[in-house]
Design a protein around this ligand. Sequence first.
Ligand code: PRP
Ligand code: URA
Length: 242
Amino acid sequence: MTDNTAPSQSVGPEYLPIGRKPTATVSTNLAHDNVTILPQTSQLIALLTMIRDKNTGRADFIFHSNRIIRLLVEEGLNHLPVVEHTITTPVGRTYSGVKFEGKICGVSIMRAGESMEQALRECCRSVRIGKILIQRDEETSKPKLYYDKLPEDIAERWVLLLDPMLATGGSALMAVEVLKSRGVPEDHILFLNLIASPEGAKNFAERFPKVRVVTAFVDMGLDEKNYIVPGLGDFGDRFYTM
Ligand code: PRP
Ligand code: URA
């Protein structure tokens, strides 16, 4: 485990004085320009507290994870390019706005990454979804690639790569290699992640500095089994089977 203690900070509404706000453990910042950590709001910390709790049952785990995943997708979409777009409102005024221009697709790292597809579909109707099945070996923590099925024209799309957990970084690195082998430029990949370890995030950000990462939280480190700590346990098990 790294000696990277996430700092405690006061969280809560602006109108409460510091002395009356609770303190909570907030994300460690990373010195990598390509990593965006969601604002550590009281809502986000409360949602994370819920899903980290070992006593949270499956229904609540799914519900609260989905809320965080929705925040990740909404923030991720902010990193895609837009062009000027001026419209006329029903009262006859013009409004100079923007619109997204370009094709996107989601790619989930199965199994846990599939949990993030619904939020992407809710934000981007009829979005194409590709799948990469990578499983981490329970003994060695090394990733193994079993299967991939990706849109034919993926090289022309912006790719939102989905996986809630970034531990050693091995699975995410392997997934990016698969995307690159299909012609996707690194700077057209955006990795959406719920919890990262500092070492996994650093490995990933340094190996692929042009891939943007949006995460909700950078944790303290990894334990002897390469599980994220404090973490939330096995995301796939808690979301799908427990
Ligand atoms: C988990 C997780 C990531 C990977 C992270 O998947 O969803 O894909 O481990 O670990 P890493 O950064 O050390 O590679 P797992 O292989 O356990 O499969 P699952 O999605 O079926 O739970
Ligand atoms: N995969 C998980 O689901 N959790 C971890 O902490 C590490 C890998």
